[in-house]
Ligand binder design. Structure first.
Ligand SMILES: [Zn+2]
Length: 97
């Protein structure tokens, strides 16, 4: 993939803005979290075509547009984990019946 210097700089700048610590990080929007958990995050379908994914991996622009700050994304990932565990436990309990 050919990435221009401009694109690379923009990506770095955007990512820094998104991940930096500051006083007014907005509160987590629980309703939105709930919606995202029900209908999991769809990021760039074709990763090879996403310049941002190439540069930032899981934190690519497609994920960044959904969350106002990186900390929200981390919360989301934890919740997703918990949800997966809960589902697994439910399945295990069912098969024990
Ligand atoms: Zn992407």
């Amino acid at each position: 993939m050919i990435i221009s210097e401009n694109e690379r700089n923009l990506e770095t700048k955007e990512f820094e803005e998104w991940s930096k610590d500051y006083d007014e990080i907005p509160d987590v929007d629980l309703l939105k979290m709930k919606q995202l958990l029900e209908k999991p995050l769809v990021r760039c379908e074709i990763k090879e075509n996403c310049t941002s994914y190439y540069l930032s991996g899981q934190y690519c622009r497609c994920a960044r547009t959904l969350f106002p700050h990186q900390s929200h994304y981390e919360v989301y990932k934890k919740l997703l984990d918990e949800k997966a565990k809960a589902t697994l436990i439910t399945c295990l309990n069912k098969s024990n019946d």
